[in-house]
Design a protein around this ligand. Structure first.
Ligand code: IMP
Length: 199
């Protein structure tokens, strides 16, 4: 049986992400981070799809700690590069996970490209009492030819979502969150969690 409020582990140590999702969920759910459950493990994510990586992280927590939990994985998929960097977005330019180096590499690989269309895609894997669920969000846009804006993180300065004339790094955060891949996936997760019976 679940407890009330339902306690869920979000398999992340990114407190910004954790607070964002907690605010959307309200008081019916209590989120815990990896450090809240004293998990300092380097959780493996060595699959080749976002879905498999998200499931791998959520299953690791569920199997080791027994908590209902969810995990996310995100990638930037560029058409001209056949979906690269995709699942390797964080370490596109190497294990240092250096955002500026990743941007430089992507811009170099798109030099002269005729098509700059791309999308961010997030997959969230949720496990509640052993049952697995998947939620997906995407945002389509283009890769700009240079950096614009200083806010945000990752590839934000070179990604302009369709329908807007500024990059993610130039947008106020609430606007980015309302249209982003992660925002859409989290919205689906939250809608689903709210349908779960109280215990
Ligand atoms: P993660 O799965 O959320 O850790 O995302 C993997 C990588 O994708 C990050 O290290 C970033 O390089 C990139 N990324 C994910 N979300 C965003 C975003 O909202 N803006 C820009 N880059 C992102």
């Amino acid at each position: 049986m679940l407890n009330n409020p339902l306690t869920l582990v979000f398999a992340t140590n990114n407190l910004h992400k954790l607070h964002e999702v907690q605010a959307l969920l309200g008081g019916c759910f209590q989120l815990m981070s990896l450090s809240d459950i004293h998990c300092a493990d380097e959780i493996p994510e060595d699959h080749h799809t976002l879905q498999d990586n998200a499931l791998q992280k959520a299953r690791y927590i569920y199997q080791k700690y027994g908590y209902s939990c969810f995990a996310d994985d995100t990638g930037l998929e560029v058409e001209w590069l056949n979906g690269e960097p995709g699942v390797f977005s964080a370490r596109y330019a190497g294990e240092a996970k250096d955002s500026k180096a990743n941007i430089r590499k992507l811009l170099a690989n798109l030099d002269g490209a005729e098509n700059r269309k791309a999308r961010f895609r997030t997959v969230i894997a949720l496990i509640v009492d052993g049952a697995e669920y998947l939620f997906e969000g995407e945002v389509r846009g283009v890769i700009l030819s240079e950096e614009y804006g200083t806010d945000g993180f990752g590839y934000d300065p070179i990604f302009r979502p369709d329908g807007f004339d500024e990059s993610f790094a130039q947008m106020p955060l609430p606007l980015k969150n309302s249209i982003s891949h992660r925002g859409v996936a989290v919205g689906k997760l939250v809608d689903f969690l709210k349908t779960l019976p109280a215990h």
